[in-house]
Design a protein around this ligand. Structure first.
Ligand code: UTP
Length: 294
């Protein structure tokens, strides 16, 4: 039986080129969905799942500074906002983390997701850990990473979140080669990064939630380049198959791929329609805009 997962890695050093020019200066993870930046959703998910230590892998210095300012609001700015209106206190405090929970490490060059995870090796140490990609916004109860941690408690080994994707989209995902299936758990016989539709061993795509054994760091440390010339997490994970249990887990809930414009817009609309305070106004705005398009 596997023990609790205490640490989570948030790779946030990507360049976010699909959102240029919005991401010229702003890190993608600070793009808002409703009134919260993407990073806050992933943090809340991890904290709800009992994660105690949040490890952020940041990139360009200016981007890292903005993320750090958001996670640890500078005192002078807090004072100005509180002086403006004391009622702002709860909204301001909503993003606060207890001291010592968040730690940061730099990825000096954006060499790929696998390399970003490798950069966290000393802060993770020799224990299984979670990885959350904040641009996959998971609207799930219980929290998606908690579901994976639960599955890991049963199977041990590596457990990665998977979702059925359409065959024409396989080249956008790591794809799982399935073995035995038991409920939401799918044994992994292999993993392939971004296969063409005709080469994909299934349509089970890996999405941005993982529970991994620390042995992945040795695989990542070989610095082998994969698809797109990047050091790919999928390739390192694939090399671990056979050395320890490896499963995909179909998480329950909805995923919004906020790394794409369509996904970010869908997240805005989907979450707004769930919120009774926003639903009516959003529906009315969409209806009246729709009338103009007709
Ligand atoms: P993406 O593949 O979405 O790349 O990264 P990106 O740079 O963020 O965005 P685009 O494709 O240019 O628009 C998936 C995750 O891996 C992180 C990203 O921050 C994101 O959470 N990542 C990617 C790194 O931390 N470092 C890297 O070198 C690459």
């Amino acid at each position: 039986m596997a023990g609790a997962i205490r640490k989570a890695v948030f790779p946030v050093a990507g360049l976010g080129t699909r959102f240029l020019p919005a991401t010229r200066a702003l890190p993608k993870e600070l793009l808002p969905v409703l009134d919260r930046p993407l990073i806050d959703y992933a943090i809340a998910e991890a904290r709800e799942a009992g994660i105690e230590r949040l490890i952020f892998v940041t990139g360009l210095e200016a981007n890292a500074d903005m993320l750090k300012s958001h996670l640890n609001l500078p005192g002078d700015r807090r004072a100005v906002l509180e002086a403006k209106d004391p009622e702002l206190g709860p909204a301001l405090a909503a993003a606060d983390l207890p001291p010592g929970v968040a730690v940061f490490v730099t990825q000096e060059e954006p060499l790929g997701l696998g390399h970003a995870v490798w950069c966290a090796r000393e802060l993770v140490g020799d224990e299984p850990f979670a990885v959350l990609l904040p641009d996959d916004l998971m609207d799930a109860d219980p929290p998606a990473i908690g579901q994976l941690i639960g599955a890991h408690g049963t199977t041990g080994g590596n457990v990665v979140a998977v979702e059925e994707v359409s065959r024409e989209d396989t080249a956008r995902y790591g794809i799982l080669d399935p073995g035995e299936v038991a409920g939401g758990l799918v044994e992994a016989k292999g993993l392939v990064e971004k296969p063409a539709p005709e080469d994909a061993p299934s349509t089970l795509g890996l999405i941005g939630r993982y529970v991994l054994l620390p042995g992945v760091f040795a695989e990542l440390g070989r610095f082998e380049r994969g698809a797109g010339g990047e050091i790919q997490l999928t390739d390192a994970m694939a090399r671990m198959i056979g050395t320890a249990p490896f499963h995909g887990f179909k998480t329950l809930g909805r995923r919004y791929d906020c790394g794409t414009k369509a996904g970010l817009i869908a997240a805005q609309i989907g979450l707004a329609l769930k919120d009774p305070a926003l639903r009516g106004g959003v529906q009315e705005n969409l209806r009246s805009a729709g009338r103009e398009w007709e």
